[in-house]
Design a protein around this ligand. Structure first.
Ligand code: SF4
Length: 383
């Protein structure tokens, strides 16, 4: 297919595809799906080999958020029966992080619900970062605390944070439909603050919220412009008790096309499959490793993932290898840019318009399990 040859050539040169090319990837048929995966897989292997980076989420503070992000089980007014607890102590968070690192993760993502941290919260998280770094040599720490005020990114950097996550989530034109308590511009501003402070920026999207193909392409092109080092791709988990509970629109094939499009638009960036991997890709997860070079190990913020051991087996069975702490994730040109400071919503990742899926997606509510183990409980974490 000419389209795919063009996209591979552009991906290997880090050249931006046109919007029409990106839209055409989303519009490919199921008959062409393996060709699409193979083409995007060439770009993935060129920049990242067969390595898979494992990231581990620690939910520092769960639920009770004053914001109204409609996809989020922790939102204002959420009726989802999730774990709710206030800040973990530094040693509790460090213990949770250690479990993920022992399971093979190289990055720990410290996440807290809320609009954004107070200066006291930044102190608290700084102590947690220091505790984790002291106890685990070489670990990467990413903070995800919501909207940042002036000076907070710098303080997190000084405390030892390597990265900051804040997702754009969806296109600017539909942002107001999913959240009313803050704006798309607020989110862009926080990613830019993180970037300016020398933190590696991590910013991604949520697919499956009723957006059009154009919206998906818009948000991924905006991400390319913001130039984060990592792009988490969430697939909406339609939690009962949230406004998007009925948005069961994704098929495994649709998820693979979305990941391929993100890979073509952001070829040399860490593309991470985030929330919703097990719920929406299901048995097709191994194919997605040909597109993304990064996943979360174990559980998500408020829902359970598949067993950490199953993640590791899947990676090995699919012919990939877990990226070691001594391996550099990013291609040389990006890693060097990060080292000299030239690097480019938070929280829970999860209806697609555009071409209708060949088969309507059946709601798989049986696959959504609220997290009842790990951080904030007395039970062992999944790692
Ligand atoms: S995504 Fe973050 S800010 Fe939005 S409701 Fe959830 S926890 Fe709050």
């Amino acid at each position: 297919m000419d389209l795919l040859n063009t996209l591979v050539d552009k991906g290997l040169r880090r050249e931006l595809p046109t919007r029409e090319e990106a839209l055409a990837v989303l519009a490919t048929s199921d008959d062409d799906l393996l060709d699409v995966v193979a083409a995007a897989g060439k770009v993935r292997r060129h920049w990242f080999g067969r390595r898979v980076k494992l990231n581990y989420l620690v939910n520092l503070k769960s639920g009770l958020c004053p914001e109204d992000c409609s996809y989020c089980s922790q939102r204002l007014g959420s009726k989802a029966d999730i774990l709710k607890y206030t800040w973990l102590k530094p040693d509790e968070a460090s213990q949770a992080a250690a479990a993920g690192l022992a399971g093979g993760a190289k990055r720990v993502c410290l996440v807290a619900s809320g609009r954004g941290p107070t200066d006291r919260d930044v102190d608290r998280v700084s102590q947690t970062i220091k505790a984790i770094k002291e106890q685990n040599e070489g670990v990467e720490v990413c903070a995800c605390l919501g909207l940042l005020s002036d000076g907070q990114a710098e303080r997190l950097r000084e405390a030892g944070a390597d990265a900051y996550n804040h997702n754009l989530n969806t296109s600017e034109s539909t942002y107001g439909d999913i959240t009313t308590t803050h704006t798309y511009a607020d989110r862009v501003d926080t990613v830019q603050k993180a970037h300016a402070a020398g933190l590696s920026a991590c910013s991604g999207l949520i697919a499956g919220m009723g957006e059009s193909d154009e919206d998906l392409v818009d948000v991924v092109f905006s991400l390319r412009e913001l130039d984060p080092d990592s792009v988490p791709v969430n697939f909406l988990i339609p939690f009962e008790g949230t406004p998007l509970a009925k948005e069961w629109n994704l098929t495994p094939q649709r998820c693979l096309r979305i990941l391929a499009m993100v890979r073509f638009v952001c070829p040399d960036v860490e593309v991470r499959i985030a929330g919703g991997r097990e719920v929406h890709l299901r048995t097709m997860q191994p194919l997605a490793l040909h597109l993304a070079n990064s996943i979360f190990l174990g559980d998500y913020l408020t829902s359970e993932g598949q067993a950490g051991k199953a993640d590791l087996e899947m990676i090995a069975d699919a012919g990939f290898e877990v990226e070691g702490a001594d391996q550099v994730t990013l291609p040389e040109h990006r890693a060097q840019a990060a080292a000299c400071g030239d690097t480019g919503g938070c929280h829970e990742g999860g209806g697609v318009c555009g071409p209708a899926p060949a088969v309507a997606a059946e709601p798989r509510t049986d696959l959504v399990a609220v997290r009842r183990r790990g951080a904030g409980t007395d039970l062992a974490p999944n790692a």
